[in-house]
Design a binder for this molecule. Structure first.
Ligand SMILES: CC(C)(COP(=O)(O)OP(=O)(O)OC[C@H]1O[C@@H](n2cnc3c(N)ncnc32)[C@H](O)[C@@H]1OP(=O)(O)O)[C@@H](O)C(=O)NCCC(=O)NCCS
Length: 157
């Protein structure tokens, strides 16, 4: 993990985060039908990301190599209900170097500092990945016709 920094996304980094997000949805989340991917992209437009940036319940983390964004984690601690990690992504060339883990652990820490006692995640094909990081499997569910595993992480008091 040379020269890699995990930080909260700055306002200036949002256009690059948006570009990486759109690219990731098109190329790495193809198990969702196209209309769902298009909606997800709309929900993470530059305007929406800017609103999320100023919303204290939302967390936008980026992994940067020098000034370039190579990964992100997006989560939230809503006023009601469990905190969630919505998205975790690392560019293919940088995988396997613990960047995903670093993003995830920082996300768990930040959500914990916002008062989360439990953090949920839904994943299609990364159940083992999250179990290795301490998440516990809860149940299966269908999301837009896609089978997903729901897992939760208990934040230590
Ligand atoms: C998931 C992701 C963020 C992990 O990023 P990363 O930086 O490579 O992760 P890390 O380096 O911290 O961990 C890599 C380890 O996880 C393992 N791993 C990767 N994908 C896995 C999977 N689907 N199931 C189980 N283990 C997995 C790797 O084999 C590696 O194991 P090792 O440490 O024994 O070699 C990255 O693979 C990614 O962006 N994938 C596409 C987007 C995606 O599916 N995100 C998750 C949606 S819920």
């Amino acid at each position: 993990m040379t020269n890699i920094r995990i930080t909260e996304a700055s306002v200036l980094s949002l256009p690059a985060l948006n570009r990486l997000f759109v690219n990731a949805v098109h190329n790495h989340f193809q198990y969702f039908p196209e209309h769902v991917r298009n909606r997800v992209i709309k929900d993470h437009s530059l305007v929406r990301l800017s609103l999320a940036k100023v919303d204290p319940r939302r967390v936008l983390l980026v992994a940067k190599q020098d000034q370039r964004i190579i990964g992100y984690a997006i989560g939230a601690k809503p006023a009601i209900g469990p905190a969630q990690v919505y998205w975790l992504y690392v560019e293919p060339d940088h995988r396997g170097a613990n960047i995903g883990l670093s993003l995830l652990s920082r996300m768990l820490k930040v959500l914990g500092s916002k008062g989360a006692s439990e953090i949920a995640i839904a994943t299609h094909d990364h159940r083992r990945y999250y179990e290795r990081q301490g998440f516990k499997w809860v149940r299966n569910t269908m999301v837009y016709g896609v089978k997903m595993d729901i897992l939760t992480f208990k934040v230590k008091a």
